[in-house]
Write a protein that binds this ligand. Structure first.
Ligand code: UDX
Length: 471
């Protein structure tokens, strides 16, 4: 049996909270530290500030024994063998990552160290951040043999973060000493030994005891680069397929067929080849910009990433033009919008292409009724409700009397709409799907004018004049 390790996780955002819950699930004792007292209070009382599958179950299971919440970083540092830094690294004006929170936390940890600790960077950070953390700690007078730094990037997707953590494709750990490598390997032993997957309460996923995740031990610099390079590569895959989808539209081919064809080559792989309205979220836009900045600082030409970014911007504009081409003008038109989150399965609206498109439609005078299963409260903070912007409680309310329905986030429930009801609810049965959730042939069959991304536009004119109402 692997030995429990005492761990502090600093920062209770998406990464920190998920990591803390999963470490507890793996049998470790975890102290979750956040300087926001109200968040700490909420977490202690059983509240959960983010929408993540399995997170409530895990926190409820471990809250009273294996996870504590506090704002006291000093005591958490002293009571832990490993301290994970999982604070925000927002994008600064230059595109670089703003590391001031990491710097502040590292200094405070340094002032609290009273025995050997491994300080682990878990936030997404540029190469050399570990070096800086080491220097900050040394500058605060901590002797070299009292600490090590490590880099342990996470590859969690929002919405599936818990499963991604416990069933990771790989665990990447960058260290500069054997001692730190040993502690990190102890922390992940429940996963890498396959032990965790045998437990009856184990969160289900693709791995099992015979197929545990590999543990990749690297230098700290390599680990830092792996994180940025992975996200930039995935963003590149999405931009690539989005351009291919535009070519498909020009020649009347189906991008899904093309994506399947190229993705079946095991060297390319089928994932992250879904064409759409461009990528968003808290990671890809920020990490592509930060990696580009890192390359620039090192004098390395990485203009490829600029192209990835500009294709992404262009993709949103193209979708907007598609809506315009279907509706001609927007002033006074009623549009139903399904999805405000940057993707389905999350309440996060950071860099959401859906919100960009909604903002543009509002600018041009459209009236919008929007539905999102989880992101509405956050969206309201950015686009307050008004005579032009209504937030509604279900997809059919969004569609009611609308001149067209736009699908902007890939929530699973949006792919299971009652199409007859939808047809009768809309004023005109026009569906413009930015996420390719429906089969174009079926949509024509059901009487819709259905437009999607990178697939032949199937026009259906029979029922366009007057919508049918439900009795
Ligand atoms: C991403 C990475 O996947 C994860 O490894 C990292 O730790 C954080 O960033 P996340 O931002 O949660 O995770 O979302 P992800 O599922 O990767 O999607 C990112 C964006 O790309 C979304 O806007 C999504 O809609 C879009 N996307 C994704 C596509 O447009 N097409 C695809 O094929 C896949």
């Amino acid at each position: 049996m692997s030995q429990p390790v005492s761990i502090a996780v600093v920062g209770s955002g998406y990464v920190g909270l998920v990591a803390a819950a999963c470490f507890a699930e793996m049998g470790h004792h975890v102290i979750c530290v956040d300087n926001d007292e109200s968040k700490v209070k909420m977490l202690r009382e059983g509240g959960i500030p983010i929408h993540e599958d399995y997170l409530p179950e895990l926190l409820n299971r471990h809250r009273l024994n294996k996870v504590e919440f506090t704002s006291d970083l000093k005591s958490a540092t002293q009571r832990s063998q490993a301290i994970f830094i999982a604070v925000g690294t927002p994008q600064s004006k230059t595109g670089s990552a703003d590391l001031s929170y990491v710097d502040a936390v590292a200094s405070e940890i340094a002032r609290s160290i009273d025995g050997y600790k491994v300080i682990v960077e878990k936030s997404t950070v540029p190469v050399y951040t570990n070096e800086w953390i080491r220097r900050v700690i040394e500058r605060n007078g901590v002797p070299k043999d009292l600490f090590d730094v490590a880099s342990n990037p996470e590859f969690l997707r929002e919405g599936t973060a818990v499963v991604d953590f416990l069933h990771a494709d790989r665990i990447v750990v960058g260290v500069e000493s054997e001692r730190a490598g040993k502690l990190m390997s102890d922390i992940y032993a429940p996963l890498t030994s396959g032990e965790y997957y045998k437990l009856p309460q184990a969160v289900p996923g693709s791995l099992n005891e015979n197929n545990p995740p590999p543990f990749l031990l690297t230098s700290t610099k390599a680990a830092e680069l792996i994180k940025h390079a992975s996200n930039a590569f995935l963003a590149m895959k999405i931009s690539f397929i989005n351009v291919v989808s535009n070519i498909c539209e020009a020649v009347g081919a189906d991008v899904e067929q093309v994506a399947k064809g190229i993705g079946s080559d095991s060297r390319i792989g089928p994932k992250f080849l879904r064409a759409g309205i461009g990528y968003g979220g808290s990671c890809f836009p920020k990490d592509v910009a930060a990696f580009r900045y890192v390359a620039e600082q090192l004098g390395v030409d990485f203009d490829l990433l600029k192209e990835v970014e500009s294709i992404n911007e262009e993709q949103k504009k193209r979708f907007f033009q598609k809506v315009r081409a279907a509706l001609w003008t927007f002033r006074g038109k009623k549009l139903g919008v399904l999805g405000l989150a940057f993707k389905g399965g999350t309440d996060d609206i950071r860099e959401s292409p859906a919100l960009d498109i909604v903002e543009q439609l509002l600018k041009e005078g459209a009236h919008i009724a929007a539905f999102d299963p989880a992101a509405t409260p956050r969206a309201k903070e950015v686009i307050p409700p008004s005579a032009f912007m209504r937030y509604v409680d279900d997809p059919y309310e969004a569609a009611a009397d609308a001149d067209a329905l736009l699908i902007l986030s890939d929530w699973h429930e949006f792919s299971e709409l009652d199409l007859d009801k939808l047809h009768y609810t809309l004023r005109y049965p026009i569906v413009i799907d930015g996420r390719n959730l429906y089969d174009p042939a079926e949509m024509i069959e059901r009487g819709f004018n259905y437009l999607s991304v990178g697939r032949p536009a199937h026009q259906h004119t029979r029922d366009l004049t007057v919508g049918h109402r439900l009795p």
